[in-house]
Ligand binder design. Structure first.
Ligand code: NAG
Ligand code: NAG
Ligand code: NAG
Length: 362
């Protein structure tokens, strides 16, 4: 059980509320949709009272049955971001009081053009692909269902054929593009053209990650499971796997020159010949170190974060606390243990106490 994840969940909704408060309109209105993750029961949601920009509202009005998937997509993306970064200095969380201050952490990261911005865009676009595609396969939609292009295919000589329900990721990708990719020409001058181009690229990189991790599942038929005949179908990977791939892309993301020419170019002059692939994550600006609180940018800093004294990784006290050192508290755990089944019929347990050291950054 991962303890680090648990406290993050209630804060999810606070984060969405913060986003809502921060970006009520403008080009950033493109991000209001994350607010749907924190809204009430999906069956009570309507397009008109959902936090969407005008273009998205229009799309929603035409396809209101997609609203629960939009909501699920936002939830998936935010949750995966927090999970992938839970041990890092930047942990995909808003700073204290973010709802009240413009330029909160997530707010800053949405427009900073850093690697973190890249990850947020990619994981959100991917979340939407995943949830919409799932919904198609579940038979919840009229205009999409299982991937029918595979019917009747397969290889009889190898003893398998396509069957069952293959996830139609193309529809999910189409919708994610339609919903998220604000055309560049429609944006205000305030936003840099390079940043917008980079954001669009990273949206697509997120979608490509879902497509790339499609796998094939098969089921055996034949006398007593002899597997003489197999039925196979294509299926999306778990969103956690997709999150892992995107985290990997984040770690290997490519810095782009902030001077846009005919097309985007790498910043490193001696690497310009290496092509940029559509599944690479791109950034423009170097990230801050996220060590100390910056109220203006909404960076909470790592003070008070729990760290691991023995780890050499990002969650180790050395790295996470940025060399400031850490405090140690003893935490007492009480749990049921040595449970025995007593005939008949109950379970008797003892109460066990244990002490663990918890370290938090100074
Ligand atoms: C984008 O611009 C076109 C033409 O100027 C306009 O018709 C359309 O409504 C705009 N879309 C948004 C989302 O602002
Ligand atoms: C499909 O619709 C049912 C009933 O509305 C809902 O319970 C279920 O979660 C939906 N499944 C997906 C994957 O959207
Ligand atoms: C701390 O890090 C070590 C080494 O990476 C690991 O074995 C251990 O499980 C971690 N402890 C906690 C509480 O996460």
């Amino acid at each position: 059980m991962d303890r680090a994840l648990l406290p993050a969940l209630p804060r999810l909704c606070a984060l969405c509320a913060a986003l809502l408060a921060l970006f009520p309109c403008g080009a950033h209105g493109n991000w209001m949709w994350l607010g749907v993750a924190s809204l009430g029961a999906p069956e009570k949601l309507g397009c008109a009272d959902s936090p969407l920009n005008s273009r998205q509202k229009e799309l929603c009005r035409r396809k209101p049955y997609l609203l629960p998937s939009i909501r699920e997509g936002a939830r998936l993306g935010i949750q995966e971001c927090r999970s992938q970064f839970r041990h890092e200095r930047w942990n995909c969380a808003a700073g204290p009081g973010a709802a009240l201050r413009p330029g909160s952490l997530f707010g800053y990261e949405l427009s900073s053009g850093t690697k973190e911005t890249a990850f947020i865009y990619a994981v959100m676009a991917a979340g939407l692909v995943h949830s919409v595609t799932r919904s198609c396969s579940a038979g919840n939609m009229t205009e999409c269902s299982c991937d029918t292009t595979l019917q009747n295919g397969g290889s009889t000589s190898e003893g398998w054929h396509w069957g069952g329900c293959s996830d139609d990721v193309q529809y999910g990708m189409w919708f994610s593009r339609k919903f998220l990719d604000l055309p560049i020409k429609n944006t205000t001058e305030k936003d840099s053209k390079v940043l917008l181009a980079v954001n669009l690229h990273n949206n697509e990189a997120g979608r490509q990650a879902v497509a790339k991790l499609m796998s094939v599942d098969c089921r055996c038929h034949g006398v007593s499971g002899s597997c003489a005949v197999k039925t196979c179908w294509k299926t999306m990977s778990s969103f956690e796997k997709i999150g892992h791939l995107l985290k990997d892309k984040y770690e290997n993301s490519i810095q782009i020159s902030d001077k846009i020419k005919r097309k985007m170019r790498r910043k490193e002059k001696d690497q310009r010949k290496i092509p940029i692939r559509k599944d690479d994550l791109l950034y423009i600006n170097k990230s801050p170190n996220y060590c100390v609180e910056d109220k203006k940018l909404g960076i909470p800093g790592t003070q008070g974060r729990e760290c691991n004294r023995t780890s050499e990784g990002a969650d180790g006290c050395n790295l996470l606390c940025c060399g400031r050192g850490y405090n140690t508290h003893v935490v007492r755990h009480v749990e049921r243990c040595e449970c025995k089944f007593i005939w008949c019929c109950y379970v008797r347990c003892r109460r066990c106490e244990s002490m663990t050291d918890v370290h938090t950054c100074k």
